[in-house]
Design a protein around this ligand. Structure first.
Ligand code: BYC
Length: 472
């Protein structure tokens, strides 16, 4: 069961060949996916890329590395192994056996959650489409493509669930996932952050640090789902996801390292003229990507999330490690809010409607780890400057703070003041133009662009100067 069958047109560990109807339906979606990949996936032509392909869902040796032409990547369907004794761990169905089918009454909500999750995967590929042309090294180029093919596989993961469990509606939703496009006027992607541009590599690293990390937390809650196929799918996706966040974390490490080195060497904050990214600009990019990613958790209070939890569709982060009653019907919690007198503060709400806040808090604590890490790099070079996460109310477009403006310190300001000062906190056209001006491709083995330090290690034990990508 666990080992992927690669003799099939669609590699899988779900015995697809036993269900001819489903197999045919997915095989007819496959050419549409490939057409989408050709037109919306990585734009830079390549001969082949040193890619990791999932071959097993077990703990050890689940992936294999090889040079493969990207179009021939074996996007497949892999679910973590089934635990036959698994029971619902929270909500009103707590203790009942996990569901192998979708209960009729939860069909619409589950489909919506799967569609929202599925929509983000191809969106990120679209956002990153043009980055290959400006990669700072072959190592980075390979990592970009690895992230892209795996996001493509995560789309497959959600499309499998839609096809296998949601009948005709599911098949239609699967088509729609290829029809909506990031940033499109007529049919944009569903969530805000997935319609933003990723025009340069600093944005890419920030995206893979902050936005992929929302993915980690959302997948973590869907892994708790009473609907077992969704749970098993997400469990395996999380495994691939950790590399994406590694790309973000170490990418920002390397940018900060290079910036700090030049600041010390030239004894100035103004290192733009030396071909690098000033720390103030890094902070602005961080402010932007963090705040739009905070929006991805939905409103501070949400009746949707209360319903998802109560009905067993979506749990909490580390649900099984929590020591409360896992039902929360009588509990209260404090959430971030604009108070009655218009101040930024907190309000007490029922714990169930506050669950988006609960998840966002776990996410924020995790984001802080990255900032601490980058600050250690700054500290190590003897510089007094530090990076930081802006206040939770800063630049929010969803939830309690959507209608107010706040500084990165959390001070409430008027719309006029915001308009006047926001260029000090978010990337301006001048900042973006500078960053873009540095984005000159380095496609030569073992070479690296001037604005970023080389990685400490290569991929899969290979050196940095390995031929990770063969260009035509
Ligand atoms: N933009 O009740 P509320 C990933 C909508 S990332 C636009 O507060 P709820 C990845 C919301 O849909 C993880 N609209 O929201 C990362 C609702 O609309 P309806 C993706 C937004 O439902 C990198 C309305 O506003 N997975 O995997 O409690 C690369 C009221 O909102 C936004 C998931 O998100 C927004 N930011 O929570 C690749 C998991 N936020 O329903 C991949 C599945 C909210 O009234 N999704 N809205 O029409 C969910 O669990 C929830 O839908 C959300 C929202 C957490 C997104």
């Amino acid at each position: 069961m666990a080992v992927a069958d690669y003799t099939e047109k669609i590699p899988n560990n779900v015995d697809l060949s036993e269900d001819r109807r489903l197999q045919r339906a997915l095989e007819s979606w496959q050419p549409n996916f490939l057409r989408w990949w050709e037109s919306m996936g990585p734009a830079l032509p390549t001969r082949d890329v040193y890619l990791r392909t999932a071959v097993d869902v077990g703990r050890e040796g689940w992936a294999q590395f090889d040079h493969v032409p990207m179009r021939d990547y074996r996007w497949g369907i892999f679910l973590a192994e089934r635990d036959r004794d698994r029971r619902v761990a929270f909500g009103q169905h707590m203790g009942e056996p996990a569901w192998q089918q979708v209960p009729g009454e939860y069909r619409a909500d589950l489909r919506r959650l799967i569609v929202i999750q599925g929509d983000t995967e191809p969106a990120s590929v679209e956002q990153q489409r043009n980055l290959g042309a400006t990669a700072p090294s072959l190592y980075d180029l390979r990592n970009l493509f690895q992230v892209n093919v795996e996001e493509g596989r995560h789309l497959w993961a959600m499309v499998y669930l839609l096809h296998a469990y949601f009948g005709r509606d599911g098949r239609e939703e699967a088509e729609e996932l290829l029809r909506r496009n990031s940033g499109s006027q007529e049919s944009p992607r569903i969530l805000g952050a997935f319609n933003e541009e990723t025009p340069d590599w600093l944005s890419f690293f920030m995206f893979t640090y902050f936005t992929d990390r929302d993915g980690k937390y959302q997948l973590g809650t869907l892994k708790e789902s009473a609907f077992d196929p969704l749970s098993r799918t997400c469990e395996f996706m999380l495994k691939e996801e950790s590399h994406h966040m590694f790309v973000g974390t170490t990418g920002i490490d390397r940018v900060v390292e290079r910036t700090a080195r030049l600041m010390v060497e030239h004894d100035t904050d103004d290192i733009g003229p030396y071909g690098a990214i000033p720390l103030t600009v890094i902070q602005k990019y961080l402010n932007f990507h963090y705040s739009v990613s905070l929006d991805l958790f939905g409103s501070e209070t949400s009746s949707n999330v209360a319903k998802y939890f109560t009905t067993g569709l979506k749990g909490r982060w580390s649900e099984e490690r929590r020591t409360d009653d896992h039902r929360l019907t009588d509990d209260a919690m404090m959430v971030d809010a604009v108070t009655e007198d218009g101040e930024i503060g907190q309000a007490e709400v029922s714990a169930l409607v506050g669950l988006n806040t609960d998840l966002r808090r776990a996410y924020i604590a995790d984001c802080q780890n990255g900032v601490n890490r980058w600050n250690k790099i700054l500290e190590g070079t003897g510089l007094p400057q530090r990076l930081r996460l802006p206040h939770i109310a800063f630049n929010r477009r969803v939830g309690a703070f959507a209608r107010i403006e706040a500084t990165p310190d959390g001070e409430l300001i008027s719309a006029e003041e915001w308009a006047r000062r926001k260029g000090g906190w978010l990337p301006t056209d001048v900042d973006k133009t500078h960053v873009r001006s540095l984005m000159l491709p380095v496609h030569e083995r073992g070479k690296i662009a001037a604005w970023i330090a080389p990685p400490r290690q290569g991929i899969n034990g290979k050196p940095f100067d390995y031929d990770y990508v063969h260009l035509p």
